[in-house]
Design a binder for this molecule. Structure first.
Ligand SMILES: Cc1ncc(C[n+]2csc(CCOP(=O)(O)OP(=O)(O)O)c2C)c(N)n1
Ligand SMILES: [Mg+2]
Length: 630
């Protein structure tokens, strides 16, 4: 079949399907793109031809920023449990490198996305082409080499003959739950337009079976033995629970054993917040209930978690001197962390095996009672934070409370960076595994609106509430325009606090006096950015991008606006100003952010002393076997 490389790629992508549990779906729901000379006549022409001729099904969506289109793809793929995603086509140069941040985000969060950046001429006929990086050491380098460390598979298609094996390798990685992340196929702009005689079989319908690997018997036995011996076990539920669609299986396991369940940012919502075993988020921004249990736990069962520093409170929260880890993970890389007893398996398959093997085993009644009391005490703190009546401006915790009470159980809350992820992990009462969508692998300012777009595309039946701080909004609000043009409805809650509440508080706690963290005029006297507030109106900005806008100044007005936004048919922004200094509950856990060891500032010296004291609790979990097995 004689086609260009661009046409062959489109035809191939449209023929890829994934299957898990007997359900098949197209693997690529479409292709996001922004055209430039590096793709307009190659992949761009192929997408047009497919659309015009009723050819391969790969609908094109135009984004407004290349980073954002990768975020949208990630939001989509996460909602689809990684069984479906998008391809992203960009021009060469800046269009391509704009996607590097998105690639890192996808790879760190273990979410599949296929990136097709345009690249410099393979023939080098017109070198240097507009936007070409000329590396004096080698002509075989382009800006797309920057994708290598952030891609799980990377290739450059310099000849058409290379394409079939590269496409198959890309699909292998994208559909492998242990390997998945960003895949980059760099496409020189001349090669995209070049024709070749392809074997027909390349374009045959291809189903990629997404496996549910079962535990190896000896590994299962060791894991069961460790859990049976535990007096104070704790489950740490990560994103793998949701991606494996294993929330029901986790519930069954917790019900059967009575083991409490703490959650990471990606795993939050695995169990409903009011389940008897639920103790909420764990770690630096976790609940004091979960963190108390983490400190006492003698066995930690991690399920689908990568144990980020937020989860472990920078390796201080699992404080029992003999704590052991049992890690159920589809990737051995994660399963062996903290010298764990590894249980390499799909989360669902592993939980089912554990439930069966531990039949009849339960935690003792006193421990279950302690779990219940800790959770009850914490619920009262959340109630107060949701309704604290802070004046004159509302506290952020009240905004989150109002949203929690107004959102339906299946509605999705989206966030990524700033002070909200921490408050949300601590305070959000999740009722559905897909309700809580906080991107905290890369915690990327700018994910919120773009990610929300992808989430809504994945599940139009759910209301999507995008929470975005003023800082994140300023970085990337432009996908509002995409949402408007595609008729995709988002509700965006824009929390205006004139700067970085998060980093401001962090800075203060580290003796750095909130330096450079609020949006203000430069004060001529101090020379610092601590003058008057700026006359910036982000609500007007949102309206200028085509959104409907509602402004709220009190919690009551916010509730009314949110109800209206929820009913609206079009993308609506609710703008609310909050007090960045309002109190929020404490997690009773630490986060390692190093403080200057020497300083002329008293505030820094004091913070350094606190830092050293806290750091003393940090530990390696090196495990090791206590005795020979004979
Ligand atoms: C792209 C990016 N740049 C920088 C950071 C570091 N950072 C984390 S939170 C934050 C401030 C966020 O401000 P805003 O969105 O207004 O949220 P707030 O802290 O006020 O809640 C910054 C700069 C980041 N996470 N992502
Ligand atoms: Mg802010």
């Amino acid at each position: 079949m004689r086609l260009t490389v661009g046409q062959a790629i489109v035809r191939f992508l449209a023929a890829q399907w994934s299957e898990r549990d007997g359900v098949e779906q197209r693997f690529f729901a479409g292709c996001f793109g922004i055209f430039g000379h590096g793709n307009v006549a190659g992949v761009g022409q192929a997408l047009l031809e497919a659309q015009r001729t009723g050819g391969p099904e790969l609908p094109y969506y135009m984004a407004r920023n290349e980073q954002a289109m990768v975020h949208a793809s990630v939001g989509f793929a996460r909602m689809k449990d990684r069984l479906q995603t998008f391809a992203c086509t960009s021009s060469i140069g800046p269009g391509a490198t704009n996607m590097v941040t998105g690639a890192a985000l996808a790879t760190i969060n273990r979410i599949p996305v296929l990136l097709l950046p345009g690249d410099i001429f393979a023939t080098r006929a017109a070198d240097p082409v507009l936007q070409q990086l000329e590396d004096p050491r080698s002509s075989d380098v382009s800006v797309n080499d920057a994708f290598k460390p952030v891609s799980r598979y990377w290739d450059r298609i310099n000849r058409p003959e290379q394409l079939p094996s590269a496409l198959l390798a890309a699909m292998r990685v994208l559909t492998d739950p242990a390997e998945t992340g960003a895949v980059t196929l760099a496409l020189p702009q001349d090669v995209q337009a070049e024709a070749y005689d392809w074997p027909e079989e390349l374009f045959a319908r291809r189903v990629w079976h997404v496996p549910r690997p079962v535990p190896e018997p000896a590994e299962l036995e060791r894991a069961v033995e460790a859990l049976r011996g535990a007096e104070r076990p704790l489950i740490v539920a990560g994103g793998g629970v949701t991606y494996s669609d294993a929330a029901d299986d986790l519930l069954a396991f917790a019900d059967a054993t009575g083991i409490p369940v703490a959650e990471t940012q990606a795993g939050k919502g695995s169990v409903p917040w009011d389940h008897p075993c639920a103790v909420g988020g764990v770690g630096a921004t976790g609940t004091p209930a979960a963190n108390a249990l983490a400190r006492e736990a003698d066995v930690v069962l991690g399920v689908g978690t990568r144990y980020s520093d937020f989860t472990t409170a920078s390796r201080t929260v699992f404080a029992h001197p003999d704590v052991r880890f049992v890690n159920l993970n589809v990737a051995r890389f994660d399963a062996v962390k903290h010298s764990a007893v590894p249980l390499v398996a799909d989360a669902r398959a592993g939980l089912r095996a554990l439930t069966e093997a531990l039949a009849g085993h339960r935690v003792d009644a006193a421990y279950a009672e302690r779990v219940r009391r800790l959770a009850e005490d914490w619920a009262r703190v959340v109630d107060r934070a949701y309704h604290c009546g802070h004046r004159p401006l509302p506290a952020q915790t009240e905004i989150l409370g109002a949203l929690n009470e107004i959102a339906g159980p299946r509605d999705v809350v989206v966030n990524a960076a700033g002070s909200m992820p921490g408050d949300l992990q601590m305070l959000w009462r999740a009722r559905d595994p897909r309700q809580y969508h906080i991107e905290y692998g890369y915690s990327c300012m700018g994910y919120e609106i773009a990610g929300g777009l992808g989430i809504k595309m994945a599940d139009p039946g759910r209301e999507v509430f995008v929470l975005v701080g003023d800082g994140s909004y300023l970085m990337m609000a432009q996908e509002i325009v995409t949402a408007v043009s595609e008729g995709i409805k988002l509700t965006i809650v824009l929390v205006q606090n004139h700067g970085f509440a998060s980093i401001g508080a962090l800075s203060e706690s580290l003796g750095s006096q909130r330096f450079g963290t609020s949006y203000r005029y430069r004060d001529p006297e101090t020379g610092l950015l601590d003058g008057e507030l700026l006359p910036v109106d982000l609500a007007a900005n949102a309206a200028s991008l085509g959104a409907d806008v509602l402004r709220a100044t009190t919690v009551e007005e916010f509730r009314t606006a949110l109800e209206r936004a929820k009913e609206a048919k079009v993308t609506t922004v609710v703008h609310v100003e909050t007090d960045p200094l309002a109190p929020a509950p404490d997690s009773d856990a630490w986060w390692d952010v190093p403080v200057a060891e020497v300083s002329a500032l008293e505030s820094t010296r004091k913070a350094r002393a606190d830092y050293e004291a806290a750091k003393a609790a940090q530990r390696h979990h090196l495990g090791g076997n206590a005795a020979p097995t004979e």
